[in-house]
Design a binder for this molecule. Structure first.
Ligand code: OFO
Length: 183
């Protein structure tokens, strides 16, 4: 008796999203190591923590595929692109990467909708919400660099930014959690 509750198409798409999350983790790891080499220990710390978060996303999808009785396929993770040339570029790449991942998440939402696989559609809603957070977090990084001087950011400003980011929370609050009492 076949107990697999996922279609072939969705299994392939979920497996590929799982690898994409692993790839995201590698990207954050590479940026973190780069930032640390440049002397930005605080920014590196923030990025290392985020690499871990991406790995958790990967695990979340892996567990879901298994729970639905389908086959998990562990494949090679593509190597991250070149190191950024500045902290500003690094944050821009983080933002671009998150937008790209959001698009991949939306594709999965649409596929599950089209197949009327409501379990997967429902599962993917967590990622839709998470991507709002991830994009906000990346936007916040870009705003910080803008306030610190944008292209003209100087070492003093970078020093403070590095110190602040060391303890910045890993997630940005999401709009869904906002209430009149807790805006
Ligand atoms: Fe997994 O959220 Fe970022 O990429």
């Amino acid at each position: 008796m076949d107990t697999n509750r996922l279609s072939k198409t969705l299994t392939a798409a979920l497996n590929s999203q799982m690898t994409k999350e692993a790839y995201a983790s590698q990207i954050y790891l590479s940026y973190a190591a780069w930032a640390d080499n440049q002397g930005f220990g605080g920014i590196a710390n923030f990025l290392f923590r985020h690499a871990e978060e991406e790995r958790n996303h990967m695990m979340k999808i892996l567990e879901y595929i298994l729970r639905r009785g389908a086959e998990v396929q562990i494949t090679a993770i593509p190597a991250p692109h070149d190191n950024p040339v500045s902290i500003k570029k690094c944050f821009e790449k983080v933002f671009e990467h998150e937008v790209d991942n959001t698009k991949a998440v939306y594709k999965l939402v649409k596929m599950s909708f089209d197949e009327e696989d409501w379990a997967t559609w429902n599962f993917m809603q967590w990622f839709v919400k998470e991507q709002i957070e991830e994009e906000t977090l990346a936007m916040n990084l870009l705003n910080k660099i803008k306030i610190a001087g944008g292209d003209k950011v100087n070492n003093n400003a970078l020093y403070s930014l590095d110190r602040d980011l060391k303890n910045t929370p890993d997630g940005a609050g999401s709009a869904q959690d906002v209430t009149a009492e807790k805006p």
